[in-house]
Ligand binder design. Sequence first.
Ligand code: SF4
Ligand code: FES
Length: 251
Amino acid sequence: MNITIDGKICQAEQGEFLLPIARRNNIHIPTLCHSEALPGQASCRLCIVEVVENGWHKVVTSCVYPVTKEVEVITNSPKIVNMRKTIIMLLTARAPNNEYINRLREEYAIPQSLRFTSDQDEQCTLCGLCAAACETMGLSAISTVSRGITKKVSTPYDEPSQTCIGCSTCAQVCPTGAIKASEQGNKRTIWNKSFELLNCKGCGRYFITQEQLEYINNRLDTTSDELLCEKCKKTFVFKKFTAMYGHVVTK
Ligand code: SF4
Ligand code: FES
């Protein structure tokens, strides 16, 4: 079916969410808590847009709004821009010196507010993506704890978690860079826990923790200790392919 976004006719599948349709058509909608690997978080509301149906306007969250009929969508109406500005102001109050939030503030010409006093070092916006990623992996080593202004993401009792495997997926998925994973030599430290890193048998780079390797082996029901990083794995497959066929087949 066809829908209209900001006057542009866009093709959409029945049930497809609005955000990917807009992105496919190079229409910018700001997001914070959306990750293609973990869709459906819908906690920040930055991606709100207006949908017009039979002359009625309604505000919807584009990352989780499924298209079921031919509608008109407006991503930047004055109403939406004002609502987004309020959301960005609240995010600024929470994480005043975060680069991602500051870029949004500049995009929407919002001055740095002195109305709210907050922790100048806070980088987390409590979007929940990190905890969702950890839960999806079946580990739940971190979650949001406490309430109100003391709410934060942490391990139970702020202690090193028994279930954390040091994969740093939480840090990779975090849009604001709030989770710090430090690496020095063959040590990775994250959430107050240090992990020994194993090196790639191809390039020698330290890239995976012992606990992560065991997790992968358990999930795949294997006992593989063939340690190759993603880059070396690709090179290995490529070499094997060219050795088999003698040349690379291109379309
Ligand atoms: S640490 Fe990052 S991913 Fe986790 S809730 Fe905070 S902003 Fe979101
Ligand atoms: S990106 Fe849609 S609610 Fe956060």
